[in-house]
Unconditional design. Structure first.
Length: 248
């Protein structure tokens, strides 16, 4: 097993920032290998970091989690915080992420090499705040089957970039806010029945939002549902099953 701050499979870490008393940044580094890990990370305050690719400050790297039946719970409460993962790999992964504040960065890689199967993943991401950036890459080189990814977003001027290779997947995005931007590249390779599909559901309340959605599963069925309530939004949808290329 790799080192996890003392080689614990169940980890509860709290990094507390007391306003007016302490102004230093807090950093968390984890390199975990092993099944059935339960990991709970909490950071309260501003300019904190959970490490990974392109870590800064104290040159923190890692947030590398490998293993089946893993549970990860992240709570970052404050502004200008960063969560970056080099890799999260393993079947039956359950993740809950809560971000409250402005100008935060969430950068997540899951099964980016395709060397480890990451099927039956269930993630719930809740965002309250504005001017945040979210980049989620799942199964770029190998399909992440039976993915259930749910987003609940309350705030303005947030940027979301999804790059997901899946089959039999559900991606639900609920946004209440304006001037948000979503770019989603969703693809995969699967069978031809209705169960072999990717399903994206956008429920949007707010104005001046921008959506660029591409679903390009090969030999599979893609489904897209959008409920938009607001003015001056720009929506671009492309669906392709190995057809000719196009753009909005």
């Amino acid at each position: 097993m790799k080192e996890v701050f003392g080689k614990m499979n169940k980890l509860i870490l709290s990094a507390l920032f007391l306003v007016g008393i302490l102004s230093a940044d807090d950093e968390i580094y984890i390199d975990q290998n092993g099944s059935n890990a339960s990991i709970d990370l909490e950071q309260l305050g501003s300019s904190n970091l959970i490490g990974g690719t392109s870590s800064v400050a104290g040159t923190v790297t890692a947030l590398d989690l490998d293993g089946a039946s893993m549970t990860l719970d992240i709570n970052q409460i404050g502004s200008s915080n960063i969560f970056r993962s080099d890799a999260i790999d393993g079947e039956s992964f359950t993740g809950f992420f809560e971000f409250t504040g402005d100008s935060n960065v969430f950068d997540m890689l899951m099964n980016s090499t395709g060397l480890i199967t990451s099927d039956f993943v269930n993630m719930n991401i809740q965002v309250t705040g504005s001017s945040n950036e979210f980049d989620v890459e799942i199964g770029e080189d190998a399909s992440a089957s039976y993915l259930d990814l749910d987003w609940t977003i309350l705030g303005d001027s947030n940027e979301f970039d999804f790059d997901i290779d899946y089959s039999n997947a559900i991606n639900f995005v609920d946004i209440n806010g304006s001037s948000n931007s979503i770019t989603a590249n969703l693809d995969g390779y699967s069978g031809t029945t209705s169960s072999d599909s990717g399903y994206l559901y956008l429920d949007i309340d707010g104005s001046s939002n921008t959506y660029n959605i591409t679903q390009s599963s090969t030999l599979a069925r893609d489904y897209l549902k959008i409920i938009q309530n607001g003015s001056n939004s720009n929506i671009c949808i492309i669906q392709s099953d190995s057809g000719g290329s196009t753009s909005c």
